[in-house]
Design a protein around this ligand. Sequence first.
Ligand SMILES: [Zn+2]
Length: 448
Amino acid sequence: MTVRISHRQNQGDRFASSHTRYGIFLFCSFLLFSSFFLFPARFGKLSAPPAIQEEQCVEPVYLYGFDSNIFHIEEGKILRNDYLGKILSNCGIPGDLIHQISEHAKDIFSVNKLQAGKKFALVSGQPCGKPDYFVYEPNPWSFVIYGLGEKPEAKVVQRPIVTSTHFKEGHIESSLWNAMADQGSTLQLISLMEEALGSQVDFYHVQQGDSFRLIYETRAVEGEIVDIGKLTGAYFKNENKEYYAIYYETSKHKGFFDLKGAPTKKSFLKSPVEIGYISSRFNPSRLHPILKYRRPHLGTDYAARHGSPIRAVANGTVTEAQRKGGNGLYVKIRHDKTYETQYLHMSKLGSGIRPGTRVNQGQTIGYVGQSGLATGPHVCFRFWKNGRQVNHLRENFPDPDPMPKEDLPAFFQWRDKIMDQLRSGNSLDAQNHPDFTDYPRPIPLIKS
Ligand SMILES: [Zn+2]
């Protein structure tokens, strides 16, 4: 990529600099000329007008590689039912030229791929002239320049993507969401944190005073963050415990690992819904909200929006998928010889879910509803151990096996590096503001 950009840069420099010099010369002459008439007194007092440096006159301001001091650039967004022919013929570009451009661009970036809502620009060398270039921006990482000269041109220009590492620290005041949203975090980062630590930390039960630290990457284009990259390290601390997840990727291993090198992803997810909250806990002597008498609640209720997906908390085989009494529509899964899970009050089953279906951890097995005895949309989640119902939030599930001994030293080295960053996060701040002003700019060719 770098090579292509610098190549363009070199080709473009010749044109741009001659244009720039010419533009600057004109502009400077104009300044000198007009100021003489406007401020003759000042010139009278001065022995000689100060020499005007070229650079002081006009700072180049680039857009799509075109200096907006030289080119007239009109920006817009593709409208619904817009197409290149329509936009260009409105600007006076003849139909046969539009056809030639479309043909020429077929294998470079087809003009049929223009989408409503995306940015475009019309660039012309003269303020009132026909456009010389049409620029289309399919995504923040690249743009396409269509030359509208006698010889059609088309080229895709990749913008440099700057990846930088960031540190984020937060304290929970009311909810994890608020702690993250206060700092302008995205949903993407929250879900990465859940992926990293979700099987150790019960994110439905975070409390005031809990805290977290994250090391993560962002991808930026021209100083604007366009995407979250990897979460490389995560730390969470609640009243009595600290949790770590280190992202590690080699040809043999990939994912989040704890400090000992064991995958953080446990055999069971903590919750059968991704977004929701615990509305009623496992309680052997609960007053039933509908039946109005004490009756043990042998499950954990997760309130969630009607129709949200319910996921299998671990790999297993569906043993029951049916509608029955107070349970409403439910699914039961056997995971191994010890554990089974059950999900009640569904509105609908997941596709292909029937007794005998093999399911994977995280797979949608049904949708939240309130079938059977239920006061509102929720999943009653029941966890069975050796045929008896237990509180899954109190269970200590066996840890997955750590990576083989011979792979540990390399992992530990990486882990220590990330741990250092998690501890002294602030030292990363310097990397958060990369200088975007002087990366090589792709300067497009000007028609000859
Ligand atoms: Zn329940």
